[in-house]
Design a protein around this ligand. Structure first.
Ligand SMILES: [Zn+2]
Length: 318
């Protein structure tokens, strides 16, 4: 299961393959109990699909867009779902009757790219997903790095500039405040207001400064617009700085780059790579391969399933 702030995907997963899937609405007007009921219903349907094929569902892995206590399966805080201390793991396990393992959704996506995607086979890997926000995950020595409180891998909020631009998290200078889709849109709005002549093409595309988004910046940059290109280069350089920090701190063999912003700005990866090279120490840079994500928006479900299976096997051994 991959549970986000507007919808959830429940899938029957085998390796990297989604054999069948259901999606459901998770908008915050809905209660956690109602969402749990829908997830259970979808899980029952998919178990029937598995049974009809002569397969057995061994466990359920759940990635949730929020902070998770993996030992209990409780979602401590999920801002986009307006959840506080929701015992999701217990609710699901009681109703489905198989072991349920809950983790953060971006950690799940990172685990998916490592277990079945672009970083397969690497002992140490990092993933950076650049969409509206910037999320990440870390694999160290073949295991997902969860950290003391389960929040390891929040790579979007590494500081790349002291007292820099304001971030959605309330802090300043985070890489997300430069490279996230929302931040690219915000930067573009500021620039066209400050320099309307140079921002003419961006304004034409959006209709007004208020309506400007990262997608308009991407289109203008593709057309060769100078202001748009400047904004993209700045975002990419910021991303590169964050990659340098990750390389120096964790020494991964592979760093997976994915997400809508990376896909929308094809030149971003190369610029980020140059900027990362400048910041990474030689020992970190020498072994690092920066690769594009391979699983797209299936990474979360594939990763949650793989992590559940891995945890189940480990629990049975011990
Ligand atoms: Zn932040």
């Amino acid at each position: 299961m991959d549970i986000g702030g507007s919808n959830a995907r429940v899938a029957l997963v085998h390796g990297a393959r989604l054999i069948a899937q259901r999606s459901l609405d998770t908008t915050s007007e809905r209660s956690a109990t109602g969402i749990c009921d829908d997830l259970v219903l979808a899980a029952h349907e998919l178990r029937q699909v598995a049974n009809a094929e002569g397969s057995t569902v061994l466990a359920a892995g759940v990635g949730v867009a929020g902070q998770v206590d993996a030992s209990t399966g409780t979602v401590i805080y999920a801002p986009n779902l307006a959840w506080h201390d929701v015992p999701l793991g217990a609710c699901l396990a009681n109703a489905i009757g198989i072991p349920v393992f809950v983790l953060n959704d971006v950690q799940a996506a990172a685990y998916g790219e490592w277990s079945h995607g672009a970083a397969r086979g690497a002992s140490d890997a990092a993933a950076l997903f650049v969409g509206t926000g910037v999320g990440g995950g870390l694999i160290t020595q073949g295991d997902l790095l969860r950290g003391c409180g389960g929040s390891a891998g929040e790579l979007g909020h590494v500081t790349i500039e002291l007292d820099g631009r304001e971030c959605r998290c309330g802090r300043r200078g985070c890489v997300e405040a430069y490279a996230g889709g929302w931040a690219i849109g915000k930067r573009a709005r500021e620039e066209v207001l400050a320099r309307p002549e140079e921002g003419r093409r961006l304004l034409e595309l959006a209709g007004s400064a208020d309506a400007l988004t990262a997608a308009h910046v991407a289109q203008a940059a593709r057309e060769g617009d100078s202001l748009a290109s400047t904004i993209v280069r700045a975002a990419a350089a910021a991303l590169g700085a964050a990659i340098g920090i990750v390389a120096n701190a964790f020494n991964p063999c592979m760093l997976v780059l994915g997400g809508g912003v990376i896909e929308g700005f094809p030149e971003m990866a190369a610029i980020a790579r140059e900027a990362a090279h400048k910041r990474a120490l030689p020992a970190a840079w020498r072994v690092l391969r920066i690769v594009p994500a391979a699983l797209g928006d299936h990474a979360g479900t594939v990763g949650a399933a793989a992590w559940a299976l891995r945890t189940l096997n480990r629990d049975q051994k011990s």
